[in-house]
Design a protein around this ligand. Structure first.
Ligand SMILES: [Zn+2]
Length: 307
């Protein structure tokens, strides 16, 4: 007599959980958990488990989901993804997308763009009654801080010690994409979020000073800080795979002229090592390429390395 199959709902739950498992482990994982469920159910059918069989099977399926989740989102895999080149760009795009949804299609940005692109003088019939056109103020309140922020960012990009000179076009494209996406995220947050903030601030003085002036200063400062962060982040990336470098080791000392303070970093993919100068006047960062024979060593040490 064949043993009874566990109820469909538990089998479906296990099958769904198996899709969370990384593909190479999926078949073995599914077999192992399905066989466990089968054993449970044989005991339940024999009456060796009391009337709690359903609750126990449900708990078993919950355990399977937790196990599959852990396999899929292991700590080292999460860290691996966070150090990848796309993480900051993806986070910025997520902020832009959610701001777009929450602001119903960037209403404030579209209004300001419309004022800039379709600026026309007041109709002649209105001029005797209206002596002052506030539309210019609205445009200036948004565009002046934005122009100042962009100017500061450009100066930071030009005058900051930019990373390894031998880096290729992928490296510079990544820096550009990352900087622009983060700057755009901050700008849309300021336009749309600032307008929402001002709409809930009731006292006039608080609205103008807090929601207007202070927020504009915070925006300009945040824009500059974000640009600086992008440059610092890029300095610590591998020019080959664009991942953040690992295993920092401090060498030298701040007081020494012959051996100045530097941080040595290593690419987890085995592409090379970077000597990062900690002082401004000690020359550019130095990248040393490791030959292919090193890569095997790193591959065995980092099983989730994709490059
Ligand atoms: Zn690398």
């Amino acid at each position: 007599m064949s043993s009874p199959a566990p109820p469909l709902v538990y089998r479906v739950l296990l099958r769904l959980a198996s899709f969370l498992c990384p593909a190479p482990l999926r078949t073995a994982w599914r077999k192992q958990w399905q066989s466990g469920l089968h054993d449970w159910w044989i005991l339940a059918e024999r009456g060796e488990l009391t009337n709690e069989a359903a609750a126990l099977a449900a708990r078993y399926c919950r355990g399977a989901w937790a196990d599959a989740l852990e396999l899929r989102f292991r700590r080292d895999q999460i860290l691996h993804a966070l150090r990848g080149p796309w993480c900051p760009i993806f986070a910025a795009l997520l902020i832009i997308g959610s701001t777009g949804v929450l602001s119903r299609g960037f209403q404030v940005i579209r209004r300001v763009a419309d004022l800039v692109l379709n600026a026309r003088p007041l109709p002649v019939t209105l001029r005797p009654h209206i002596h002052y056109d506030p539309r210019g103020d609205v445009v200036a309140a948004y565009l002046a801080p934005l122009a100042l922020a962009v100017l500061i960012a450009v100066m930071l990009l030009v005058f900051n010690r930019l990373p390894v000179p031998q880096s290729g076009w992928r490296y510079w494209t990544h820096l550009l994409l990352k900087t622009m996406s983060i700057q755009t995220a901050l700008t849309v947050l300021w336009f749309e979020g600032g307008s929402t903030l001002r709409s809930v601030l009731r006292p006039e003085a608080l609205r103008v000073l807090g929601g207007g002036l202070v927020l504009a200063i915070v925006f300009v400062a945040g824009f500059g800080a974000a640009t600086r962060w992008c440059i610092t982040d890029q300095r610590r990336r591998c020019p080959v795979c664009l991942r953040l470098l690992d295993m920092p080791v401090s060498v030298g000392s701040w007081g020494s002229v012959f051996e100045p303070a530097t941080t040595e970093l290593l690419c987890a993919g085995g592409h090379g090592s970077l000597s990062l100068s900690e002082r401004d006047n000690t020359g550019p960062d130095r990248w040393t390429t490791l030959d292919a024979s090193w890569r095997e060593l790193f591959d065995t040490a980092a099983p989730f390395q994709s490059d």
